[in-house]
Design a protein around this ligand. Structure first.
Ligand code: PEP
Ligand code: MN
Length: 338
């Protein structure tokens, strides 16, 4: 971080800032020019309150050289993080394919879908028991009964469970059934929830917020990691733009951007991005082509009867076709990586 002092800033004020910065454990290099005095800060600058400095009338500008995230930053962890979730590897060239319904509706429904997606090659089963619905009148999920159904279907199929947790007070119960805790887009900046999942040892699938910048999203991951839980998977699921033809706009460039900035695995959710089942396969292919570490896809055997997100849900045979296509693209990535 570089602090540019205003011309004629009093020496006493420069001295006060230097002492404050030193007391926070940072080293400081002072360059006194003809007009400007520059203070170069080295060390744990994340502890410095940028807005306090900017509020100082003698400070001209504060220039951040490094990103504000540390644990998430590839700079301090150059190799890809690879997670092992019940034997399924995620990251570092290991692609994970997660599929299942938007919401758990019944044991029969979940088992039918789980059996089909497993057959098509999915590694994990998704399903919501606690649903973040835009309308309070929409189906809200089966809650603990939904978790119990997932546990039984996991027992039948062997597929690890990915499910959303919506509030800090349900983290314990959801974590007692789930293999991966999903943080939904609407909760990406629910800081008490991020801290609560950060205190567990369960892998966390952190979806990008509806209007979150990449930096805000990585800072949300930093919250989880700062509590001690290093098992974070990022998920790009489309962001809100002026376009209304699709439900959201899939930000494919987030994949290479995150790969550059962070060592964490990043997967793509083409279903919530598009909102239309016809677009799910093309977006999935694009996501794998740009280097995503996997996909999370909504699949339903009777989308026209689904209690939520039927319009974006693939029928099992369409998911099977998608899997064949993305695997071929992943194989090309493998060859070009070498
Ligand atoms: C979901 O995965 O069912 C979901 C609600 O996703 P998002 O939080 O991305 O909207
Ligand atoms: Mn959904």
């Amino acid at each position: 971080m570089v602090i540019v002092m205003k011309p004629n800033a009093p020496q006493s004020e420069i001295h006060r800032i230097i002492e404050k910065v030193k007391s926070l454990g940072c080293r400081i290099h002072v360059s006194q020019g003809e007009n400007y005095c520059l203070l170069g800060l080295v060390g744990h600058t994340e502890k410095i309150d940028l807005s306090q400095l900017q509020a100082n009338e003698h400070v001209d500008r504060v220039i951040r050289v490094q990103h504000p995230f540390k644990l998430v930053n590839r700079l301090f962890h150059p190799e890809d993080t690879v997670l092992d979730i019940e034997g399924v590897k995620v990251g570092g060239g290991n692609n994970v394919y997660i599929a299942g319904p938007c919401a758990v509706e019944s044991e029969e429904q979940l088992l039918t879908i789980a059996t089909a997606v497993k057959e098509a090659g999915a590694h994990m089963l998704r399903g919501g028991a606690y649903k973040p619905r835009t309308s309070p009148y929409s189906f809200q999920g089966l809650e603990e009964e939904g978790l119990k159904i997932m546990e039984r279907v996991k027992f039948e199929t062997g597929l690890p469970i990915v499910t959303e947790v919506m509030s800090p007070d349900t983290v314990e119960i959801v974590a007692s059934y789930a293999d991966v805790l999903q943080i939904g887009a609407r909760n990406m900046q629910n800081f008490p929830l991020l801290k609560a999942v950060g205190e567990t040892d369960k892998p966390v699938l952190l979806k990008r917020g509806l209007s979150a910048t990449i930096e805000e999203w990585l800072m949300a991951a930093e919250y989880i990691m700062a509590e001690g839980n290093k098992k974070v998977i990022l998920c790009e699921r489309g962001i809100r733009t002026f376009e209304t033809y699709t439900r959201n706009t899939l930000d494919l460039s987030a994949v290479p951007a995150v790969k550059e900035l962070s060592h964490l695995p990043i997967i793509v959710d083409p279903s919530h991005a598009a909102g239309k089942w016809r677009m799910v396969e093309p977006l999935s292919k694009a996501a794998i082509a740009v280097g995503a570490d996997g996909l999370i896809v909504e699949v339903h055997h009777q989308p026209e009867l689904a209690v939520s997100d039927g319009a974006q849900s693939l029928k099992p045979e369409k998911f099977e076709k998608l899997m064949k296509a993305v695997r071929q693209i992943a194989a090309i990535n493998e060859v070009t990586r070498c």
